[in-house]
Design a protein around this ligand. Structure first.
Ligand SMILES: [Ca+2]
Ligand SMILES: [Ca+2]
Length: 940
């Protein structure tokens, strides 16, 4: 196909200019250009150039392998771009794709993610828009609404499982040298532009259409290079038999696949994630072939296919895919996995490649095709009524992108999954994202797959033709993965580390609650370095409502592994701030507060990859897992129920149960107060309580009970408003809210719960954190300290944050994270720091207007007496921090991933670390009981 453009170009020149120009062009263009001029059929021998845009869900991974295993002389993958507002989060998705490409020996394929550009109010699209927001909500920041994306579960069976491939990714995939690096990562738009501008390209869309629509809108001149678009998405007719509808509207209900469906039973996820983008793509004039739910519903992951797949796992990629499928099945909520889980994106790729092979009229081996006329519903009637829901109209002097004020884009736009407009009885539901059959002038003709073709072989257990192809391709010995983690390292083994503190007395029991912002990792390393006689870190609670997504828990496991502390339990907290989960379906929810966190640079993208440095940490055998057991409320036991991921509450309870007589827990909160509020509320459950192994009746006030267990709570965060020298808060993405601090704002109701409890609170407020957030001071001091592996890591992270802060405005807030170390240091109470405190009556504003939610005010009548840090000596603080990190005691046992690689490459790795193979460990009965919650130490 490459030749076609040249051919065209040459003809134009030939007709316009003298013959010698042709020769010049032919020489510039190389021999190929000239050959194509004399041989019009030459292009048939060129590979099809393909660009894939994917949201890296599990079925996308299957699709990628299916594509990567094709003959490269026939199908050439030019680039992969990541859809950042779909089923995965950008930082996890990008590294997942890099791992897959490394494994398949395809480090040559460019991968694009994100971008920091925006769209101006007048509709001007700046370069490199990151695609974190649907086009209609895209403004100048990467923070923003979750209007459509809230349909996707955030944690289990949603983004958490997809980000980690159910916990399998780190267990299976090898790791190459490519990775996300801040400000160096190619953006989605750059990769699209490079691929498409260099020749005729076929585009596969496996997620929402945001990236590609933005590309088409901002590069109209390159549209001619897009040969064809293949889309998995939408739902046209559904599989409802005619005249068999269960509601009175005469329509077939539940055409789409969102859940719950009460507000919009028509839409399919990929189109719903950005209906306006899909409209732009379908109506671009480029030929589209669609594989909607109509077709994918006819190719479910049937029992017999599953059984056959289980039998045929000849390649590592087949194993990876099958294990993922198996855990998806085992954790499926209902018993109808085999009917509900379909071949979506891999089927699209199968159909597309087959059509491209046959090269003409849509004929293919796998699906029955039909031309239909459709349009994408982007807003519901009544059109032209401005009700505040439509950002193309509302708040702009002229409608954005020049949309017609009374046209198809100007009606009500669905606001969320509980939009009242969509739920009114008798008024019809919302149809946003519906690929509706349409005969009007706005319709476009697309070739659509309507049904998967049956297998023509007699007696095969695989009923569909594509089942056969998929298993053949994925198991094909050609172009199989170059590496798996065990082949990459001849002596790969997973061992757990446990410290040997000898007879040292254990110090103050501390539980650390972190939202995995950069400063929390610095604080964690510091806590691990404090002498165990002084601070005994008993457990870590992960707060999932702050600056990183839940799957980043793996970075915490890696830090603990590096420091030889696989004995410390880590529990994963709830995905939503108090009151934000959907009351009808708690796996999804709103982002009223979390939308203040940027998705791109300086936000989730960086936290989830720890600013590109997380891959330098050794890989822990502990990692997030979707494994589960009936005992803990799951539908069924998975293969390794003992590996179940503990929740924050599990870890809390197990620590409480194991407390020595007379000792009390000190809690350090470094993120939003979600987990602590849950702990307070959960103590309502039973009438008997246990304190220091003694059972006793519950006191009337729950928090009184907690006071028996807890020495006190240190809270890092909060800004006390309206005090003269305190300045403003730090909510830079919500400029109307001048005085709040992020940790309070991100879960205000949790903060209110904590600030009305009877717990002893010590507050380390923003104003004090600011006093110790000088990058130059701390780095100067770090330069003088001994370079333990942990000091080196801290130094690299701090230098990177500082450098980014200076280099790009998206990183202007990096000092927020530096200030977060202070809580841990204050808790350790080093006498040289001259810490002073004062009691103040404080109240958190939790309800009411967004402009003051999260503020802390002094309230003499209703405020709670809180001990507030009033002074600290910054120089002594930097000194102390650097000295602790440079101490050779309690230092890393495995300094880096490189060191781990060396260990995995040598036969009898020296080890004075106490260790045990994970495989052996899993086989022990005690492990079944105690898994990884607390007492791993007992086993080792
Ligand atoms: Ca997908
Ligand atoms: Ca934090």
């Amino acid at each position: 196909m490459y030749g076609f453009v040249w051919n065209h170009e040459v003809r134009r020149l030939f007709s316009q200019r003298a013959m010698r120009v042709v020769w010049v062009v032919a020489m510039i263009g190389g021999l190929g250009a000239f050959v194509s001029f004399v041989d019009p059929d030459h292009h048939l021998h060129q590979p099809h150039r393909i660009l894939v845009d994917t949201d890296v869900d599990t079925d996308d991974v299957f699709a990628l392998f299916y594509l990567l295993k094709q003959d490269r002389t026939q199908f050439h993958l030019q680039g992969i771009t990541i859809n950042a507002n779909g089923w995965s989060d950008a930082g996890h998705a990008i590294n997942h794709v890099y791992d897959i490409l490394f494994m398949m020996d395809r480090d040559d394929i460019p991968v694009g993610v994100g971008g920091e550009g925006g769209i101006l109010a007048n509709g001007t699209i700046l370069p490199n828009v990151g695609g974190y927001q649907p086009i209609i909500d895209q403004e100048m920041s990467t923070a923003g609404e979750c209007r459509y994306r809230q349909a996707i579960p955030v944690a289990r069976r949603g983004r958490l499982d997809v980000n980690s491939n159910y916990g399998l990714r780190k267990a299976f995939l090898p790791q190459g040298s490519r990775r996300y690096t801040p400000l160096q990562q190619p953006t989605a738009q750059e990769v699209m532009k490079d691929a498409i501008s260099s020749g005729p390209t076929t585009v596969f869309l496996l997620g929402a259409h945001t990236n590609f629509a933005i590309f088409l809108m901002s590069n109209p001149d390159l549209k001619k290079n897009v040969k064809h678009i293949y889309v998995m998405g939408g739902s046209v007719r559904s599989n409802c038999p005619k005249n068999d509808s269960s509601d009175n509207s005469g329509e077939c209900p539940n055409i789409g696949n969102l859940y719950p469906q009460d507000s919009n039973p028509y839409a399919e996820f990929n189109i719903f994630s950005d209906p306006f983008a899909a409209y732009k793509v379908f109506h671009s004039g480029i030929p589209v072939t669609l594989v909607p739910l109509d077709a994918t519903n006819t190719i479910p992951l049937s029992r017999s296919f599953f059984t056959e797949f289980e039998r045929r796992q000849d390649t590592y990629e087949a194993k990876y895919c099958f294990q993922a499928l198996k855990i998806i099945r085992d954790t499926w909520l209902s018993d109808v996995f085999h009917e509900q889980y379909c071949m979506w994106d891999s089927f699209l790729v199968g159909v597309a490649l087959s059509i491209m092979r046959n090269s003409s009229n849509g004929e293919n081996e796998f699906a029955e095709m039909q031309y239909i006329n459709i349009s994408v519903v982007t807003s519901n009637e009544p059109y032209g009524i401005s009700d505040g829901s439509n950002p193309l109209i509302t708040g702009n002097s002229m409608p954005k992108f020049k949309v017609d004020k009374n046209g198809v884009h100007s009606g009500h736009v669905q606001m969320g999954m509980q939009d009242r407009f969509c739920l009114q009885k008798g008024k019809g539901k919302c149809q946003d994202g519906y690929t509706k059959e349409d005969t009007g002038e706005d319709a476009v003709r697309v070739l659509a797959a309507m049904k998967a073709k049956s297998n023509h072989e007699n007696g095969s257990s695989l009923q569909k033709e594509f089942y056969k192809s998929f298993l053949r391709v994925i198991n094909s010995p050609e172009k199989t993965g170059r590496f798996d983690i065990r082949k990459q390292y001849l002596f790969h083994r997973e061992v757990l580390h446990k410290p040997d503190f000898g007879k040292k007395m254990s110090g103050k029991p501390v539980v650390f609650d972190m939202d995995m912002s950069a400063g929390d990792f610095l604080a964690l390393l510091y806590l691990l370095k404090l002498p165990v006689e002084q601070i005994n870190l008993k457990g870590i609670l992960i707060c999932s409502t702050g600056w990183a997504t839940s799957a980043t828990i793996d970075v915490v496991y890696d830090i603990l592994h590096m420091m030889g502390r696989d004995d410390i339990p880590v529990g994963l907290g709830k995905a939503f701030a108090v009151g934000q989960a959907n009351p009808a379906f708690s796996a999804i929810g709103d982002c009223k507060y979390s939308k203040a966190i940027p998705h791109g640079s300086g936000g989730y993208l960086d936290s989830d990859t720890l600013y590109g440095l997380a891959r330098d940490l050794p890989r822990s055998p502990r990692r997030y897992t979707a494994e589960n057991s009936v005992k803990f409320g799951a539908s069924r036991d998975t293969d390794h129920p003992e590996l179940r991921q503990p929740s924050a509450l599990d870890v809390w309870k197990s620590i409480v149960d194991s407390l020595d007589a007379g000792s009390k827990i000190t809690l350090l909160m470094n993120g939003p107060l979600t987990n602590l509020a849950e702990i307070i509320l959960s103590e309502n459950a039973s009438s008997m309580i246990q304190v220091n192994n003694v059972k006793m009746p519950r006191p009337n006030d729950d928090t009184v009970y907690l006071c028996l267990l807890m020495q006190g709570v240190y809270i890092v965060g909060g800004h006390i408003a309206y005090v003269n020298d305190n300045g403003k808060g730090n909510l830079f993405t919500v400029p109307s809210n001048e005085y709040a601090e992020f940790n309070m704002f991100l879960d205000p109701l949790a903060a209110k719960e904590v600030f009305t409890s009877s717990l002893d609170i010590t507050l380390v407020p923003l104003q004090m954190q600011r006093r110790v957030s000088s990058f130059s001071s701390i780095l100067n001091r770090m330069n003088l300290t001994a370079l333990t592996p942990e000091a080196l890591f801290v130094q690299r992270l701090l230098s990177r944050l500082w450098q980014l802060e200076q280099e790009h405005y998206r990183y202007h807030h990096m000092d927020i994270f530096l200030g977060e170390i202070l809580g841990a240091v204050v808790l350790a109470a080093n006498p040289h720091l001259n810490q002073t405190f004062r009691l103040k009556p404080l109240k958190v504003l939790a309800d009411g207007d967004i402009t003051n939610i999260g503020e802390i005010i002094i309230d003499k009548e209703q405020g709670k007496q809180v001990l507030v840090l009033e002074n600290v000596n910054p120089q002594a603080y930097y000194d102390h921090f650097a000295r602790v990190l440079g101490d050779h005691r309690q230092s890393a046992v495995l300094g880096s991933f490189h060191e781990q690689e060396r260990m995995w490459n040598s036969p009898a790795a020296k080890t004075n670390i106490c260790c045990l193979h994970l495989d052996e460990l899993i086989q022990t009965d005690q492990y079944m009981e105690k898994h990884l919650i607390v007492n791993l130490a007992d086993l080792v």
